[in-house]
Design a binder for this molecule. Sequence first.
Ligand code: PHE
Length: 348
Amino acid sequence: MSAIQQLEELKTTALAELDEIADLRRLASWRVRYLGKKSRLTGILRGLAGLSLEEKKAVGAAANKLKLTLEEGFEQWQQALRDKRVLASTEKEGIDISLPGRFQPAGRLHPVTQVTAEINDIFISMGFEVVEGPEVELDYYNFEALNIPREHPARDTMATLWVDHGTDGGQQPMLLRTHTSPMQIRVMEKVPPPLRIVVPGKVYRYEATDATHIPMFYQIEGLAVDKGITMADLKGTLYEFARRFFGEDRRVRFRCDYFPFVEPGAEMAIECAVCRGSGCRLCGSSGWIEILGAGMVHPWVLERVNIDPEIYSGFAFGMGIERIPMLRYGVDDIRLFYGSDLRFLRQF
Ligand code: PHE
């Protein structure tokens, strides 16, 4: 049989066999058999060298043509089998496995949530425990027990959102807490000293909105009560916090301040991150940003919760959380945090 005839025959059997193949594994072995190194076709192509020039031309052309035909047949059949498999599984499972996957956007924590967790961690490492409390509060905890009676002018500094009909069995006015300090009372009422807690959470004030004020914001309260706690413990704790959070090089300022539930009272400020002290919109041209109020728990407050101020003393502090990422990242408008603009939020 001439080489040309052999090639013809090869083509007929190979293609006939291909037609019968129903799975990809058998297709692969078909390829090895007809196109592999040990196939007859490859043998014929190798044998070309021994042929006369004329035969070489004719047989070579026919062999190469067959090779192409078989390769094409293979590709087409393979695609057909794959399509069939997709179709079959789609029918069986009711899903189309050939559809591209759905994009899953990765979520991330809000910058305020991230910063809260970081602040918590710093205080946890100093032995504080994290607790949370109610946002709808009684007048008693938000004001009364904190030495802010009804006619006290300090109430004016915390414009209050009162809750309509919100009364404790008709007895007590209710409100949205204006600070996290009510948790000082709630905890001291229940837990005997020694205690060290931080309380992160939302607080509300009925205020006009601007670059540094919004009606809902976050605070973290801190409270430590034990025998022999002094102002030095308060300063040491807060300086350590500032160093850990803002870095060694950021300047910190500690000054006297007044809050009815502490004596003496203080406020702590951090050098402005935007202007580094020279004055800008963020810091109201002062170069400093107040981040917290603090002080020694007022003996009157301790008595109120049946802790003897002759035996125990404590310190407390409360800081606004948003101001902290503002200082750290140089964000000059607090409203950006709650504007839901992902271009802003994705930066953190
Ligand atoms: N609760 C005060 C405020 O919101 C801050 C503060 C907390 C001050 C604890 C002293 C002690 O302004």
